[in-house]
Design a protein around this ligand. Structure first.
Ligand SMILES: [Zn+2]
Length: 303
């Protein structure tokens, strides 16, 4: 089952000729999560050939326009396409005040429910879970309330060894229990310990999205051991004053968070349009965290 991230937009503040404002789609075992929704998101979704109907959960980190101005257009398209599924939006509570009047203007024409879930800016919070995955929001340090999101698989079941099924003649009904940790008692009354019968499951995978933020070490605790980390890097150390003034990170800040979190890989985006290329960001980040890449619109990362 796929667990992969596609970058739809990676610019900061305004679109450029090469980058759309922030938006990403995470395909997590067949669940399609839209993370931020900058202007132009629906065109990028089309280009990536992602079915609109698959997106039922949208996560908005904060209410700076480059992170959500694509939302009302996307909702309108869902409606024009005749989609009927409930749409869940996890965002700062004020987003409802902004979007709802536009939805109300449609009166009875909107064919699905839009359900707003307010984020908590004081502490990490579990905001979504089902049988296999969970999503946790966590506070960042920006000029307005802002959250990051951690998407992680739940602990998987152990694998049962095929040779043991034959050797001990294990009935199918028992296999489910053994996978969940039970021992097995043979017909002769002998107890076979679970660790003899199973191999441990692969470790759960995770992805963290660190949206606009100043350097904020508490994040590293929340996302500890994350496989793939997106962290904004709007500036390099050369413009440290600007980073501090605007509550943004430098590439070095992002690399430090990746290192503290023991991340598997770091991807950087949200570059200021003052820079002509991502090269200075990469050079700076790699001095601390070598496994760093810059994101490019349209690129997919397998987790
Ligand atoms: Zn912002």
């Amino acid at each position: 089952m796929a667990f992969e991230l596609t970058i739809l937009g990676s610019s900061s503040a305004t679109p450029t000729s090469e980058r759309y404002p922030t938006a990403q789609v995470l395909n997590m075992l067949g669940r399609f999560f839209l993370i931020d929704c900058g202007e132009g998101t629906q065109m990028q979704i089309r280009r990536q050939k992602i079915g609109f109907g698959k997106i039922k959960h949208i996560f908005i980190s904060h209410l700076h326009g480059d992170h959500y101005y694509g939302l009302i257009g996307l909702i309108s398209t869902f409606n024009l396409l005749g989609l009927k599924n409930d749409l869940h939006i996890y965002s700062p509570s004020q987003l409802k005040e902004i979007i709802q009047p536009q939805l109300d203007f449609l009166k009875g024409d909107l064919q699905f429910n839009v359900i707003f879930h307010p984020l908590n800016f004081k502490k990490p919070q579990l905001i979504f879970e089902d049988k296999k995955v969970e999503v946790v929001s966590f506070p960042l340090k920006h000029s307005i309330n802002c959250c990051g999101f951690l998407f992680r698989e739940k602990e998987k079941e152990a694998n049962i060894k095929k040779e043991c099924i034959q050797q001990y003649n294990i009935p199918i009904a028992q296999i489910v229990k053994i996978k969940q940790g039970a021992d097995f008692i043979t017909e002769e009354g002998e107890t076979i310990p679970n660790e003899v019968l199973t191999t441990p499951p692969p470790p759960p995978l995770s992805y963290a999205f660190c949206s606009d933020t100043a350097f904020y070490p508490p994040v590293a605790d929340v996302i500890q051991g994350v496989n793939l980390l997106y962290h904004e890097a709007t500036f390099t150390e050369e413009l440290r004053d600007w980073a501090d003034k605007t509550y943004h990170s430098t590439a070095l800040d992002a690399a430090k968070i990746a290192q503290m979190a023991h991340a598997g890989k770091l991807i950087l985006g949200h570059f200021s349009s003052r820079y002509e290329s991502a090269e200075p960001f990469l050079m700076e980040a790699k001095t601390v965290f070598p496994n760093t890449e810059d994101v490019v619109d349209g690129k997919t990362y397998v987790i």
